[in-house]
Structure formats: C-alpha cells, structure tokens
Design a protein around this ligand. Structure first.
Ligand code: ZN
Ligand code: ZN
Length: 200
C-alpha cells in the first residue's frame, strides 16, 4: 500500500488504480486516490471516444470536435508537460481530422505516451468537462445560425443567456410547438411560429 496518490500527491493508503482505463493512462500499477480514479474513468472514456471516431469528411465532424476539445484541455495544462509540451504540440499541430484512421490514432497514442500520466488528475478532468460544455454551447449556437467567433466576450454571456431562455421557452410550449429565436446586436426576439412574441 502506498502512502500517497501518484497523480495528485494526496496522502492516504491508496492501492493501484482500478479505473479500468489503464490501457490509455498506464495507471494500473500506480497508487491512485478515489478522486483521481474517477478522473481517469472520465478522461479514459473521452479518449476512447476520440480514438474510435472515423476519418472526417467535413469540417464539423465528431472527430474534429473531440480533437479540438482534447487540444484545448492539453494546452490548459501545458505547464505540467516536459519542455512545456513542445514535442506534444508539434504532433498536435500536424494532426487533422482528415487523416486516415491508422495515422490519426497512432498520433493520439504517441501524445498519450509522451505526456506524464499524472497530468490526468481531477483538475484535468474538470478542464475537459468545461471544454466539452463550451463546445456544446457553440454547437447549439451554430444551430441557431449564430457565428460565435463574431461575438465579443461580454456579448457572449448575453448570447448564452439568450440560448438558455430559448431552451426554456421551447420546453414550456404546449405539445412541443416550435418557436423561433433571433438575436442580433440591436435586439433579440423569441416568438412562436404563429408570431406570438414570448416575454424573455
Ligand atoms: Zn489523487
Ligand atoms: Zn487509472
């Protein structure tokens, strides 16, 4: 029994990691606290999903989305990488979702081999979760025909709030009647398809 977790340095009588993701995180013989084990489960599932994606045929593919989330999460933790991640970012810069499956998967596995295992702790899982949530908001906004890149940071909060109102308004409609929302710098409107304006 070890006296501290190899991933977050927390003290305690922790045994080898039982997350079931050791093929990707190489943690089976390392002591892991319950939080880090839970983090491995979450991160491992994400990594498996990324590796399982198929070669992209268009720019907005599942592979592209998961790759961008992965790169953003690694970048947020680059101070934990040797040489501030120079080698890892060289690989990631060259990588795109249109590569053949075998190439793409080999590059991701090379990145996983090259980052220290301890990077995949609770903090990393939290970052990953946040990047996934941000992507979901951006995708929803895209569906609304909004170009997120055009929106300044302070406007962004208003857009996200608008999106929340739109979701609430949709849920409140009898028998799921469809509603239409429009957002612009000068104003925003949520109306039913029959043109009734809703008060948001
Ligand atoms: Zn830990
Ligand atoms: Zn583990």
């Amino acid at each position: 029994m070890a006296t501290h977790c190899k991933f977050c340095e927390k003290n305690g009588d922790f045994g080898p990691c039982t997350c079931g993701q050791a093929e990707l995180i190489a943690c089976a013989v390392q002591a892991s606290c319950p939080e880090c084990t839970a983090a491995h489960r979450f991160v491992g599932k994400f990594l498996s999903a990324l590796l399982k994606t198929e070669r992209a045929e268009r720019s907005n593919s599942a592979r592209q989305r998961l790759l961008l989330i992965f790169i953003a999460a690694i970048a947020a933790h680059k101070s934990a990488l040797p040489n501030r991640g120079r080698y890892v970012f060289d690989i990631l810069r060259d990588l795109d979702a249109f590569r053949p499956n075998e190439d793409f998967r080999a590059s991701i596995r090379e990145v996983l081999r090259s980052v220290p295992d301890r990077i995949f702790n609770g903090e990393f899982a939290q970052t990953l979760n946040q990047k996934i949530a941000e992507q979901k908001v951006e995708l929803s906004l895209e569906k609304l025909g909004l170009v997120v890149a055009d929106i300044s940071t302070d406007q962004r909060a208003a857009v996200v709030e608008f999106l929340g109102n739109l979701v609430t308004a949709t849920a409140a409609q009898p028998r799921g009647e469809k509603i239409r929302g429009s957002y612009s710098r000068s104003g925003r409107r949520i109306t039913t398809l029959r043109g009734r304006q809703l008060g948001f």
